[in-house]
Design a protein around this ligand. Structure first.
Ligand code: JJW
Length: 471
């Protein structure tokens, strides 16, 4: 299997910035423009209305785990300000809004007794969106496992996959008639590897065998949930999963480089894409990670590869890999950074829109993915507010322009992309980075919780308007 075909160390000429008028020409009339958030990153109100604790409450309260000791206790106070936030979305002309549901608001102990107040909150949110003509896209699991389930072993245990499918059914019973798109999981690679392999995310475990087992149970839980969702949704509702994927490019033409590119690709892309779309894990992956295969039971891969309506792609950057002398473990490939002449965001991620274009085209060509949504794309920069009406963020505007142009190129090359969600609507709690990294197209002044538009939100609103004017 080949990863990226292009050997390009600098931004592609064809990805030059374009004005919004030219930019929207490549997008079909029913293309969905949205913005994304996640529960723990924006809601706050972590101890209100019967919400149970999640692994991120525990992790962020543990000294040394999150930058500056930040937690999601208050975050953007969206739990109380959701109406104002939906007004903001309506003002931008968004077609859709992707949010996540906190499992521990619905089932404070992870399973068993239902907390109706949790369901009520998401029902109010969904109805407010619908009243403004905004399509709700709901993620069921965006990393906030109920702590009670972690106490029983969490995703390392197969039982958690069954608990997830039960939780999914409870939510869809209440909201299935109104939500346009369901995303079972957000970025299971991050949960498995960063949470259980290297421990920089909750629950903070450092064991690659556990990471591989967790990945299997996350995938299994997805496959178990899909038919339970389908049974209860309105006709036309889309059901899918979101992966964080980065295309891998070779730094040079050495054979060691080709080998390590393939290793990095199996770890970053094929680990999750192939069980979902081919019903098998990459052949050598577990050997290459120096672990045993996860506890796969008969029928698991059939369950995991249950057909879905779309694949959600979260993409921010690409990897450029330079081969090492000795064959590395699949998670220990060497990346080139910084690449001379390349630009980076505040996260240290290379700005490389061709990485998104090539990834979308490849998912279409190699896996025949039925449809694709870019469920996250965006950038953190050091935004500053000095009391103005609008926060200036020219680099975010260029970033979005270039990446959206790349999505247009992928469409022209046949990739069935149905929508694009900018990460994020609001500055928010960026996990281990706390509040230090601002991804929003709307600025949050945390002391006052005031929302201040950034220029990127104005730009995005004009793009959406331009697109709808063409219809
Ligand atoms: C990789 C860190 C190696 C979020 C990564 C860290 C290096 C030991 C943004 N996506 O906040 C990827 N985001 O909640 C979901 N995407 O490696 C949404 N990817 O560790 C956003 C972070 C990420 C990452 C963060």
């Amino acid at each position: 299997m080949q990863a990226g075909a292009t050997i390009s160390m600098t931004n592609n000429d064809s990805l030059r910035t374009a004005n919004t008028e030219n930019l929207v020409a490549a997008f079909p009339s029913n293309f969905v423009w949205g913005a994304a958030t996640a529960a723990y990153q924006i809601e706050g109100a972590t101890r209100e209305d019967g919400r149970g604790l999640s692994v991120w409450d525990t992790f962020s309260a543990t000294p040394g785990k999150v930058h500056n000791g930040d937690t999601g206790d208050v975050a953007d106070d969206h739990y109380h300000r959701y109406q104002e936030d939906v007004e903001l979305m309506a003002g931008l002309g968004l077609d859709a809004y992707r949010f996540s549901i906190a499992w521990s608001r619905i089932l404070p102990q992870g399973r068993g007794s239902i907390n109706e107040k949790g369901l009520d909150f998401y029902e109010r949110l969904v109805d407010t969106l619908l009243a403004k003509g905004i399509k709700p896209f709901a993620t069921l699991y965006h990393w906030d496992l109920p702590q009670a389930l972690q106490d029983e072993g969490g995703w390392a245990k197969r039982e958690t996959a069954y608990a997830f499918a039960d939780y999914a059914e409870i939510v869809v019973k209440r909201l299935g008639d109104r939500v346009a798109g369901w995303i079972t999981h957000n970025e299971p690679w991050v949960v498995a590897y960063l949470g259980h392999g290297v421990g920089v995310h909750a629950p903070g475990l450092k064991n690659m065998q556990t990471a591989v087992d967790v990945a299997h149970h996350l995938l299994l839980s997805h496959g178990l949930a899909v038919p339970r969702l389908r049974a209860l949704v309105a006709p036309g509702t889309q059901v899918g999963i979101t992966l964080n994927l980065s295309q891998v490019y070779p730094a040079d033409e050495r054979s060691e480089t080709a080998r390590d590119v393939a290793l990095a690709d199996s770890f970053n892309v094929r680990w999750f894409v192939e069980p979902l779309f081919r019903g098998s894990y990459p052949d050598q992956l577990f050997t290459d990670l120096a672990v045993n295969p996860p506890p796969i039971q008969d029928g698991d891969l059939t369950t995991i590869s249950t057909p879905i309506d779309f694949l959600g792609v979260n993409n921010y950057f690409r990897w450029v890999v330079r081969g090492q002398e000795q064959r590395p473990r699949a998670d220990s490939y060497q990346t080139v950074a910084p690449i001379p002449g390349a630009c980076y965001t505040e996260m240290g991620w290379e700005i490389a829109p061709e990485g998104l274009r090539d990834l979308l085209v490849r998912l279409h060509r190699d896996y025949n993915v039925p449809s694709l949504y870019v469920t996250e794309n965006g950038a953190a920069f050091k935004d500053e507010w000095h009391g103005e009406e609008v926060v200036s963020d020219p680099r975010r505007v260029s970033y979005l322009q270039e990446y959206i142009h790349a999505v247009g190129e992928a469409l022209q090359q046949g990739a069935p992309v149905k929508g694009y969600f900018v990460w994020s609507l609001l500055d928010n709690f960026e996990w281990a980075e706390g509040y230090s990294k601002r991804f929003g197209i709307v600025y949050i002044d945390y002391p006052t919780q005031r929302r201040i538009p950034k220029e990127s939100s104005r730009w995005y609103a004009s793009l959406i308007k331009e697109h709808s004017a063409r219809l």
